[in-house]
Design a protein around this ligand. Structure first.
Ligand SMILES: Cc1cc2nc3c(=O)[nH]c(=O)nc-3n(C[C@H](O)[C@H](O)[C@H](O)COP(=O)(O)O)c2cc1C
Length: 182
C-alpha cells in the first residue's frame, strides 16, 4: 500500500504543500473530509494543515484515525504564517506550537515539519477576519512598545504575502525516505 496526503486549508497554502508532496510521492492529495476512505487504501497517511490560533486544524480528526489504525504510518506538515526558523523566530517556537496539538507524550515518534504558508486576509471567513483584526490590534500595541517581531509581522500581514516554498518539504521527505516509508 502506498501513501496518501490529506489536507485542511482555508486560503490555499496547506493545499499547495499537499499537492507538491503528493507529486513528489506519486500519490493523491485529498481533503481531510475524505481521510477515512483515502486512508483505507494507504499505508502512510500525511496531514498538511494550518495553524489556527496556535492549534493545528483537523488534528483531532487525524488523531482519531491514528488511534483507530495503529498499523499505519503517519506524518504531519504544519503550515503557519510565522517565518521559517531564524534568529527572530527560533525553531523551538515552531516545535512548541506543534506540540500543543501533537504532544510528545502520546506522539513521540511522529515525523513532521514546519512550512511557512501565506496570509490572504480577503480569503478568510467572517469569524477569522474578526479574530485577525483583534490580533492586528495586539501586534500594533506590541510594535509601539518596540517589538521588532510584531512590527515585521504586522507589516507583512497587512500587505498579504505568499511565503510557500516547495523546498521547505525537503527535511520531511528525507526523513520519510530514510525510514523507508516512501
Ligand atoms: C484566525 C487565524 C489564526 C491563525 N493563527 C496562527 C498561529 O497561531 N500561528 C501561525 O503560524 N499562523 C497562524 N495563522 C496563519 C495561518 O496558519 C496561515 O495563514 C496559513 O498559511 C493558512 O493556511 P491555508 O492557506 O492553507 O488556509 C492564523 C490565521 C488565522 C486566519
Amino acid at each position: 500500500m502506498g501513501a496518501v496526503v490529506v489536507f485542511c486549508s482555508q486560503t490555499g497554502s496547506a493545499k499547495r504543500y499537499a499537492g507538491w508532496l503528493a507529486e513528489d510521492l506519486g500519490c493523491n492529495a485529498v481533503p481531510l473530509e475524505q481521510v477515512e476512505a483515502a486512508a483505507a487504501r494507504a499505508g502512510v497517511v500525511i496531514l498538511c494543515s494550518w495553524f489556527h490560533a496556535a492549534s493545528l486544524k483537523g488534528a483531532k480528526r487525524f488523531q482519531a484515525l491514528m488511534a483507530a489504525h495503529p498499523e499505519k504510518r503517519y506524518a504531519v506538515v504544519a503550515v503557519g504564517a510565522t517565518p521559517m526558523p531564524s534568529e527572530l523566530w527560533p525553531a523551538a517556537e515552531h516545535e512548541e506550537a506543534f506540540r500543543r496539538s501533537f504532544p510528545a507524550g502520546p506522539y513521540p515518534d511522529l515525523p513532521w515539519c514546519y512550512c511557512q504558508g501565506g496570509f490572504h486576509f480577503d480569503r478568510l471567513g467572517v469569524g477569522d477576519k474578526i479574530m485577525m483584526r483583534l490580533y492586528f490590534k495586539m501586534l500594533e500595541s506590541e510594535a509601539r512598545k518596540g517589538s521588532e517581531r510584531s512590527a515585521t509581522a504586522l507589516a507583512q500581514m497587512r500587505k498579504g504575502y505568499d511565503g510557500c516554498d516547495r523546498s521547505y518539504l525537503e527535511p520531511l521527505l528525507a526523513e520519510l525516505r530514510q525510514r523507508g516509508w516512501v
